[in-house]
Design a protein around this ligand. Sequence first.
Ligand code: NAD
Ligand code: UDX
Length: 480
Amino acid sequence: MVKICCIGAGYVGGPTMAVIALKCPSIEVVVVDISVNRINAWNSDQLPIYEPGLDDVVKQCRGKNLFFSTDVEKHVYEADIIFVSVNTPTKTRGLGAGKAADLTYWESAARMIADVSKSDKIVVEKSTVPVKTAEAIEKILTHNSKGINFSILSNPEFLAEGTAIQDLFKPDRVLIGGRETPTAQKAVQALKQVYAQWVPEDRIITSNLWSAELSKLAANAFLAQRISSVNAISALCEATGADVTEVAYSVGKDSRIGPKFLNASVGFGGSCFQKDILNLVYICECNGLPEVANYWKQVIKINDYQKNRFVNRIVSSMFNTVSGKKIAVLGFAFKKDTGDTRETPAIDVCKGLLGDKAKISIYDPQVTEDQIQRDLALNKFDWDHPVHLQPLSPTAAKQVSVTWDAYEAAKDAHGVCILTEWDEFKKLDYQSIYENMQKPAFIFDGRNVIDPEKLRKIGFIVYSIGKPLDAWLKDMPAVA
Ligand code: NAD
Ligand code: UDX
């Protein structure tokens, strides 16, 4: 029986390995992590992450050929194939701080693999890493190898949260990069055999190592660039009376452009886009390519601009101050169908409103109060460095309340902001929300989930990203 060990039981390691176990009953898969809490949760009925369809997959295989363990060394020692799916955050200190990927977790995993291995291993980069990381990992492994042969492959993961199980069942492509040597090519074939159990062969692409590593960064940069492009156009729509939904629809009808990833929003979030683009920018700078670095930097700049613009719109339309006013925030996760809040635009919007002394009441169907309070207390990039996790300061906490009910959040509020596109926000009884709010009652839709005309008829002053503005908003000072 082939044995797979995956180091890192997170959003990627957990679902990916669960699907491999489901599709390959003859392979034993063990997911290991240094976090005891995470592993305990994977072994319980309350999985550590919310992902549609995941519970079912885990239930079918756990205890048969899928296991979760904190005994990292034992399972690495026994494995034939080791996936490394640890976090690769943005560095917060030292050289490259604020841009470069922090490979501390990766390096410590690689050193541990070198220490405990007694047989040949295929080591698979599953984490998103800077191009050329495999070379560094190879050095760590071979310098400590005691004659053991390590084949390093790059097999980046393209799943998106909220649709992870579907993405894993039917990936657009699986990418495997390896060196040209016969041993490495044998390893490529071995990994290909795993995926070929359920992925059509023409969707399994092989490439050289550096192309595979770079393709992941490039894919995320391209996706984020589309969102920043449509968000940039959304600002122009508001200034001219065009409607971004209509513009995006017409643009996306061009088959060379396509309709996906053209939804204007309050800004993109998630653990990947910003981190990976910053990483790409840093690599370009290190390779003497400042023009290329600046090009990609703009994608982040427009994203920050979009979040600021949203906050400014709220404040300026409410007579230039939200001090002491209750603002309801509907949705805190970075997108629907996940409880993940990493780099969610809601953090920046809430911090912006708190900076203007608003009182915020937050409702999200999947995010706990603890998580929200912690997110609002963290410094930029600290979320991916567990060592920095601390409780919120008591002063900040007073301005923020969290409820499990959208109507409760909106009661007596001056304004409602929609920051995640949860389906349930489309179906709320906005008439009753309006009746229980302060007047004039404002609604700021950062995800274009509500019908502005319907809400205007109820009496709301409505702002929807990239849509023609109410007379009220037009009269307010321009938003930069
Ligand atoms: P995560 O933080 O959810 O999980 C990483 C896990 O690795 C944590 O549980 C951590 O405790 C564990 N870990 C760290 N060092 C370890 C060590 N030395 N030994 C054992 N366990 C260790 O991160 P994630 O979202 O799963 O992302 C992992 C990687 O995959 C990142 O590089 C990310 O960029 C990439 N990625 C993420 C997504 C996504 O949607 N989240 C998609 C594609 C790629
Ligand atoms: C992304 C990539 O899609 C995935 O391939 C990669 O493996 C990891 O990073 P993820 O961050 O989970 O996945 O979600 P995604 O669907 O890409 O959304 C990212 C952010 O962009 C979310 O905040 C989402 O709301 C926003 N978004 C997405 C938009 O604002 N508009 C869109 O049209 C699409």
